[in-house]
Design a protein around this ligand. Structure first.
Ligand code: NDP
Ligand code: PYC
Length: 337
C-alpha cells in the first residue's frame, strides 16, 4: 500500500474541480461532480470518491461526453419531472430537477424524476439524502453497463444497478441504504485490481465462467448478483424501471453505445419522492414513532443501521480531513500535466 496523505475536504473538492476543468469539463458540471466526489471520499466510499476523477477524465477524453451540455426540464404529467442531460453527466441534471421533484411530491404526495441521456458514475445516497433533507422519502435507481451475469448464467446482462432509499428522521441523520445489486460495486473490484489484491469468491467469474478471486479476471469475465436470484430479479427491475420505462437505454444498450471507449456508462436514472405528510395525514407522528421503534429494534440487539459506518466516517472527516493514497494523488495530478 502506498503512503497516505491527509487532505481537508476543501482540498479534495479543489483537486477534483481542477482535474475536471483542466480536461474541458464545464465549470457547473465540474462543481456538481467535484461536490459528490468529495462526499464519497468524506464518507469513506472509496469506489466513488477521488478515484472517480480518473474515470471521469477518461470519459471526457473518449469524446463521448458533452462536457458543456445544458440539461433541459419538462413536466409530461402532474407528478413526473423529466430532465434531459443531453449526454452530459447526471449530477447537474439532478441538481436542476430536484426543486421541481420536491414541489411536485408536496403537491401530489408522490412524484418521479426521470433523468435521461446522462453519463452516470456516482453513488446514489447523496441524492436520496438530498430528497430526505426536504422531509420526503426518497428512492433512486439506475442501470450501468452489462457487466453482471443473471443468476444461473455466466455472461453480463445487467448493470451493477444500485438501489438507494432514504427515510427522513426528526433531528437526526436519515435512515439510508444504497447498494449495487451486484455482489459489490464494480469500482471496488477495480480498486482491488489497481492494488493487486484478491477478491472474495462470489463476486464474479472469469471469461470461462469459472468463479475467480482474481480481480482482473473478473473484470474481464462477469460479475455476480448479490443474493442469487433475488439480486438478479431486482437488477432486472432496475433495467425496466430506469431504462425501458423512462425511454432510455438498458445496461446492454449502454455498453454497446460505449463501443469499447471505456467511458462512464450512459443511460437514465429514476428517482421517486413520497411526502409522508400527504400519505399519513393525522397519523404522521404515529408513523414516525413506528419507524423509530423499528430502528431501535435493530440497534438494541447490537445490529447496525445501514449508513451508520458512513455517517461516522463523515463526522471524522469533517473534524480531521481524509487520508488519500499518494499513488491515486499522483495519477490525478498526472491528468493535469
Ligand atoms: P456496500 O455493499 O458497501 O454497502 C451497501 C449498503 O449496505 C450501505 O448502505 C452500507 O452502509 C450497508 N451496510 C453494509 N454493511 C452493513 C451491515 N453490516 N449492517 C447494515 N448495513 C450495512 O455497497 P456496494 O458495493 O453495493 O455499493 C457501493 C456504492 O456504489 C453505492 O453507493 C452505489 O450507489 C454505488 N454504485 C453506483 C453505480 C452507478 O452506476 N452509479 C453502480 C453500482 C454502485 P455503510 O455505507 O454505512 O457501510
Ligand atoms: O461501481 O459498479 C460501479 C459503477 C458503475 C458505474 C458507476 N459505478
Amino acid at each position: 500500500m502506498s503512503e497516505r496523505i491527509n487532505l481537508s475536504l476543501q482540498q479534495v473538492f479543489d483537486l477534483a474541480l481542477r482535474a475536471l476543468t483542466a480536461n474541458g469539463m464545464g465549470e457547473d458540471h465540474a462543481r456538481a461532480i467535484a461536490a459528490v466526489i468529495t462526499q464519497g471520499q468524506r464518507d469513506e466510499c472509496h469506489s466513488h470518491g477521488l478515484y472517480r476523477v480518473l474515470v471521469c477524465v477518461r470519459s471526457l477524453r473518449s469524446g463521448k461526453v458533452d462536457a458543456l451540455a445544458r440539461p433541459t426540464l419538462s413536466q409530461p404529467a402532474p407528478s413526473i419531472v423529466k430532465v434531459d442531460a443531453h449526454h452530459g453527466y447526471s449530477l447537474l441534471a439532478f441538481e436542476q430537477g430536484l426543486p421541481l421533484l420536491v414541489e411536485k411530491a408536496r403537491e401530489q404526495g408522490v412524484a418521479a424524476l426521470a433523468i435521461r441521456n446522462c453519463f452516470h458514475f456516482s453513488a446514489l445516497w447523496p441524492e436520496v439524502e438530498a430528497i430526505a433533507s426536504h422531509g420526503l422519502v426518497g428512492l433512486a435507481m439506475t442501470p450501468s453497463h452489462a457487466w453482471v451475469a443473471p443468476e444461473g448464467g455466466s455472461r453480463g446482462v445487467f448493470g451493477t444497478n444500485p438501489l438507494a432509499f432514504a427515510w427522513p428522521r426528526a433531528g437526526q441523520e436519515p435512515f439510508v441504504f444504497d447498494f449495487a445489486t451486484s455482489a459489490i460495486a464494480r469500482g471496488d473490484i477495480e480498486l482491488h485490481a489497481r492494488q493487486g489484491k484478491a477478491i472474495p469468491l462470489g463476486w464474479g467469474v472469469d471469461a470461462e465462467g469459472t468463479p475467480s478471486t482474481d480481480a482482473r479476471a473478473v473484470l474481464d469475465g462477469a460479475m455476480q448478483t448479490f443474493g442469487g436470484h433475488k439480486g438478479s430479479a431486482l437488477a432486472a427491475m432496475i433495467e425496466l424501471l430506469a431504462g425501458a420505462l423512462i425511454g432510455d437505454l438498458t445496461s446492454a444498450d449502454s455498453l454497446a453505445f460505449d463501443a469499447g471507449a471505456g467511458a462512464t456508462p450512459c443511460h437514465g436514472e429514476l428517482l421517486l419522492a413520497f411526502d409522508p405528510q400527504r400519505f399519513a395525514g393525522t397519523d404522521l407522528v404515529a408513523g414516525q414513532q413506528r419507524a423509530e421503534r423499528l430502528f431501535a429494534a435493530i440497534t438494541d440487539q447490537g445490529a447496525r443501521l445501514p449508513s451508520q459506518r458512513r455517517f461516522a466516517a463523515r463526522r471524522r472527516a469533517e473534524a480531521e480531513g481524509v487520508w488519500v493514497e499518494q499513488g491515486l494523488l499522483n495519477d490525478i495530478h498526472g491528468l493535469m500535466a
